[in-house]
Unconditional design. Structure first.
Length: 277
């Protein structure tokens, strides 16, 4: 009988190259939280340095995108190739509530405010070049995809672009993954489902990209979300690829979403609707 319900281990093959780590006291959560961050080459001379926030999934934490997904080296490679401007990569924990907080408000803690308000504020305070004028892009995987898309729908003015990989799309999908009860989680429609959050913003939404692997358990849910946005006339980019709900898929997919952010940040994105099934 294992002693722990879940264990996430870093990949020892991935170097720490340039990663920084911070622990801070969150007013929204009233507890300490962790952030892994990385400033790409060229960031040291930038002004209004763009911020990209990456949200992890259930059972994960702040280090997962870097030390399982190699996000920092992917960003550095794309900057060197000219596909991405220099930027600050922010990888916060979800607040470490149970198996996963959902990145939304609970009765006693506001995990949504932690991401939307406090993570960018931390970047402005701690990372040279980040300012209140820095554009913020947000992306996530699985639970983090649920969070990224939902937060972009609820706070479209705060984000320059949004991307999601293998996203959970409805709060009921958490029940099969969480050991804890969701009692006390916000029950607002825009907190229960991605579609409701995005439909609520409609014409004010930032550019949207989401993708899913053809062997992913959330594939049908992502196809439904794609069809729903199509029917509502909401411009977005939806991609299906070979792969499952795992780090090999997310590591490869991040390359595409960061390139997507690069087109937005460089002003080359025309916000037309695309799909690549």
């Amino acid at each position: 009988m294992p002693n722990f319900r879940s264990i996430e281990l870093s990949d020892p093959r991935i170097p720490v190259d340039g990663l920084r780590f911070a622990t801070l006291k969150s007013p929204a959560l009233r507890q300490r939280v962790d952030v892994t961050w990385y400033a790409t080459p060229g960031a040291e001379t930038a002004t209004d340095l763009p911020i990209v926030v990456l949200l992890h999934g259930v059972y994960g934490s702040h280090w997962a995108w870097a030390m399982k997904g190699d996000a920092h080296r992917t960003a550095a490679r794309l900057v060197a190739a000219g596909a991405l401007p220099p930027l600050a990569l922010l990888m916060p924990s979800d607040g470490l509530w149970g198996d996963g907080s959902g990145y939304l408000a609970h009765a006693a803690q506001d995990f949504e405010r932690w991401i939307v308000d406090e993570v960018p504020a931390f970047a402005i305070e701690a990372i040279p070049g980040c300012t209140p004028r820095s554009p913020v892009c947000i992306a996530g995987l699985s639970m983090g995809g649920f969070g990224a898309l939902r937060l972009a729908g609820k706070h479209p003015q705060r984000f320059a672009a949004v991307a999601a990989h293998s996203a959970m799309t409805d709060i009921d999908q958490f029940d099969a993954l969480l050991e804890e009860s969701r009692e006390g989680w916000s029950a607002a429609a825009a907190d229960r489902g991605v579609a409701a959050a995005l439909l609520g913003a409609h014409d004010t939404l930032p550019p949207i990209h989401f993708d899913c692997g053809r062997a992913d358990p959330f594939l049908d849910a992502n196809r439904v979300l794609h069809a729903t946005l199509d029917a509502a006339g909401i411009a977005h980019r939806y991609v299906e690829r070979d792969g499952g709900h795992d780090w090999p898929y997310w590591t490869a997919a991040l390359d595409d979403s960061l390139r997507f952010f690069g087109t937005v940040l460089r002003g080359n994105h025309d916000n037309h609707q695309e799909q690549h099934p």
